[in-house]
Write a protein that binds this ligand. Sequence first.
Ligand SMILES: O=C1NC[C@H](CO)[C@@H](O)[C@@H]1O
Length: 443
Amino acid sequence: LALLLGCLLTLPGAASATDDRAGFVCVEGARFVLDGKPYRFAGANFWYGAYLGAPDGIGDRARLRAELDQLRAAGIDNLRVLAMSEASDFRRGVDPAIMTAPGPLEGGPLDRSMFDERLLQGLDVLLDEMGRRDMKAVLYLNNFWQWSGGMSQYVAWFTGEPVFDPDESGDWNGFMQNSARFYAIPEAQKLYRNAIKAVITRRNSINGKAYADDPTVMSWQLANEPRPGSDADGHANFPAYRQWIHDTAGYIRSLAPKQLVSTGSEGAMGSLRDDDLYIIAHASPNVDYLTFHLWPSNWGWMDHDDPVARLESGLETSLAYIDRHIDIAGKLDKPIVLSEFGLDRDGGSYDPASRVTARDRFYRAILARLLERAKAGDAIAGSNFWAWGGRGRTTNPDFMWKAGDPFTGDPPQEPQGLFSLFDSDASTLEIVSGHAKAMKAVD
Ligand SMILES: O=C1NC[C@H](CO)[C@@H](O)[C@@H]1O
């Protein structure tokens, strides 16, 4: 009640010294509130932000600071960041990883030696630099996919089986079913909770702030794109998935009562393509706000190698997907964020110098719909494009990332340049920047 009152009673623009929620993003019905004013934003996915903040040899702090300045100047001030990765044998897994090996299970003293302190220092630097720029961070603590180890790595650790690697087998349905085993392996959940606790209870080595007391952290996400399993076979896992969401969100809330909790879901497309299952999974009072993603070329609504070809029909389907999810959020009386969206460059090129006419049309149309719905007083609060690539460039002939390469917005499992929005993509950045300004102006 104190936390809610703290949100409700904060005088507009004048966070009182005694209000311990000053600076934190709160939820009031289907809206975010920050220091007594509506909080709406245009943000970016910056999955590698903690990696850039790591010491030399892994990170590039000069690049990090310069690119945070560029994003801040564009009004792009909400960043969604990977906050936990697991060492893995995946062919396309990021290396190094934050969790180097499975440590002791919940109950004993936290063994912090199982974490790569260089990468957690990277997160410290990122949060400190973001805080100095009045930016907000959304931090996800696991991954349904293989590119950061993720749930399938936990499954391998606790079943003794080799990792189920979709980049080797090409069997994505089998991979998704394998990842979903994570929800029902008690030992995996204990280790996962230790990883959650290690991050959330961390004290920033740069500025001394406890993460759970740092208003830079807007919210904690259970994972990146958690799904119940494959569309064909995932229904049997749904009860365990739903319970996992409720229990884990409650655990995070117990560690970070001043910050928000969300799942990281893609929406119906990540809920066995079923709106009702998405609603059921997100009805838990422990879930503060909803997330959904939008991937027309991944989901077959447009074509990776020619996004212009089915652009208009793909846009129509995309806009309908947006409206459906904003309507669901209204029914659940929770804010909603489009926390990933992206489209390929023209002709499916990975070249940062290539044209982005389809992408710019897509970004412009999507963001216009979000603004229209926000102005109508609907539950949409913001978005994060996928993904900021900044000055990251690959020189590899196969465009695939390997350890030691510069980071781009595309994680290791995808060609570098697939969806990245590079620092040179001025037209697209301008679209996002204009949207950021317009969203902030909505009263
Ligand atoms: O979370 C994600 N969603 C879609 C991205 C692009 O395919 C992908 O890289 C990432 O795993």
